[in-house]
Design a protein around this ligand. Structure first.
Ligand code: PLP
Length: 366
């Protein structure tokens, strides 16, 4: 029996292969590969999809975060509140600008615990980074209230939440800036690197367009020192194809999650829950179990792949040892890092495979 992978990107390609191949040829034959019609069309279409005023295509999700904090003038001496169990890139977006991450423990939905934010606010706090981890929105109502009460910016990391909503509104449209990644494994994944930034603010959007292109607003005129962070025409074209199917692809993920939620009956596993008001797009299906390593090994022995998102929280990462954190500083996050396991979740998984995942988890005994 072939092993069921944790993810298989060939399957999502094959779901709409002729459309991707047609678009790829179209871009190749156009003779125009950077900042052209495809990027412009994609930006307009994705902005319209989310309801944001502006979408600016960028080279990656990390660049979107780096540019977001730069656009908000967050730098040395400024603090940004972020969930301690976030992905490391979230923290890098803050620290590359010289800002300081202030970690807050997650809630029961693996997201920033809004009730712990106020205790982390200091006179230096400038922003809250709301990371919608695993496809599920943070409590944007509470986070918005706190931000308004304390005069803080809100940046959303939507790298895992394309199409996810909270109280009927798309993630990426609640805060001052929404950051997206189009890394191939994301719900709206391209076939290479890519990202974008969403905002309703005309000036922030205009400055972002300049910054992504060496700080140039007019050819060979440079307003400030910028970056090369452009979404390319090939990715934008392929992302337009995928965006046209995004709702259907997210529905498929919801159906897979529904099968897992209904079928998994195990005393050893805690299933993920959906926050009231949130519609998750199930970027990952993450279970918690104190017997995580044993379950992962058992699944593999039985031909079921799985992943750990993430084994080392940023505050304990080698990259951030200079921040001086220690084991025990964020016990909920650290316990999560020992207990989380992501089951196979990808477009194109078969019902037979879903059933085998469920059956194998249910047969596990520590
Ligand atoms: C993938 C991801 C990023 C980084 O995106 P890249 O395009 O790989 O740079 C940032 N934040 C989160 C939550 C992610 O999952």
């Amino acid at each position: 029996m072939a092993t069921i992978p944790a993810n298989d990107l060939r399957r999502q390609f094959e779901l709409h292969q002729p459309e991707y191949e047609k678009k790829a040829l179209e871009v190749l034959r156009s003779g125009w590969y950077i900042l052209g019609n495809e990027v412009q069309q994609f930006e307009a279409e994705f902005a319209a999809y989310t309801g944001a005023r502006h979408c600016v295509g960028l080279a990656s999700g990390l660049d979107a975060l780096i540019l977001a904090f730069r656009l908000l003038n967050i730098g040395p001496g400024d603090e940004v509140i972020v969930c301690a169990n976030a992905y490391i890139a979230c923290v890098m977006g803050i620290t590359v600008n010289g800002g300081t991450p202030v970690f807050v423990e997650p809630d029961g939905y693996d997201n920033l615990d809004a009730e712990r934010i106020e205790a982390a606010i200091t006179p230096r706090t400038k922003a809250i980074l709301a990371v919608h981890l695993f496809g599920q929105s943070c409590d944007m109502e509470r986070i918005g209230q706190i931000a308004r009460a304390h005069g803080l910016y809100v940046v959303e990391d939507c790298a895992q939440s394309h199409g996810s909503t909270f109280q009927g509104r798309q993630t990426g449209t609640f805060g001052d800036i929404g950051c997206f990644s189009f890394y191939p494994t994301k719900n709206l994944g391209g076939f290479g690197d890519g990202g974008c930034l969403m905002t309703d603010d005309d000036q922030l959007a205009a400055r972002c367009r300049t910054l992504r292109n060496y700080g140039s607003s007019r050819k060979y005129h440079f307003d400030e020192v910028g970056m090369n962070s452009r979404l390319d025409e090939m990715q934008a074209g392929l992302l337009r194809v995928k965006l046209s199917h995004l709702d259907q692809l997210n529905e498929e993920r919801c159906r897979i999650a529904g099968c897992y939620l209904q079928g998994i009956r195990s005393a050893y596993v805690t299933l993920p829950q959906v926050r009231p008001g949130a519609v998750s797009t199930w970027h990952q299906f993450v279970i918690h179990t104190p017997w995580r390593d044993a379950l992962k090994a058992f699944l593999l022995e039985n031909g079921v792949g799985s992943e750990i998102h993430y084994p080392i929280p940023p505050h304990l990462s080698q990259a951030y040892r200079h921040l001086g954190y220690h084991e025990g500083d964020f016990p909920i996050t650290e316990q999560s890092a020992r207990e989380v396991l992501s089951l196979p979740m990808f477009n194109g998984i078969t019902q037979q495979e879903i059933d085998r995942v469920i059956d194998t988890v249910n047969r596990f005994h520590p």
